[in-house]
Write a new protein. Structure first.
Length: 148
């Protein structure tokens, strides 16, 4: 976490970057079966997103009850979540009709693009798996092959 994140603020460039990542997440969320979480992983914000969402806890509630709004904002990483959520909302609103049109008229291209995103996520995660995960990986691959 860099200094601006620890202080609960982001520079304009950082806000714009987080907004853009949210925009792409929102676009991907408008495609059935595709997760914005995959985009968050590829964009390198997945862990921070999970930490921020996990911060909606009893500590945040206590701070909110005591009306310590600045501390709540910092605790939940609001400086990150707000531009991300705005970007996701804009992405969903702007892409819903476009993605539906693309799915109707160019389903192979849309499917290929999102399969590429999933493969990119797999490549990013390959270092996370060890030999003891092998049975689970094989089971998952078998399920994908059987269902897909």
């Amino acid at each position: 976490m860099d200094k601006s994140q620890a202080q609960g603020s982001l520079s304009n460039l950082q806000r714009a970057t987080v907004f853009a990542k949210g925009l792409v997440m929102g676009v991907s969320d408008s495609v059935p079966g595709v997760s914005g979480g995959t985009i968050a992983l590829i964009a390198g914000i997945y862990e921070r997103l999970i930490r921020a969402i996990s911060a909606f806890d009893l500590i945040a509630l206590r701070l909110l009850i005591r009306r310590e709004l600045l501390q709540v904002w910092r605790h939940i990483d609001g400086a990150f979540l707000l531009p991300l959520a705005l970007g996701m909302g804009c992405g969903l609103l702007l892409s819903a009709n476009t993605v539906l049109y693309a799915l109707e008229h160019a389903p192979i291209f849309v499917g290929s693009f999102f399969i590429g995103l999933v493969l990119a996520a797999v490549l990013l995660l390959r270092g996370e798996f060890t030999l003891r995960h092998s049975p689970y990986l094989l089971l998952g691959a078998g399920l994908v092959a059987a269902l897909g």
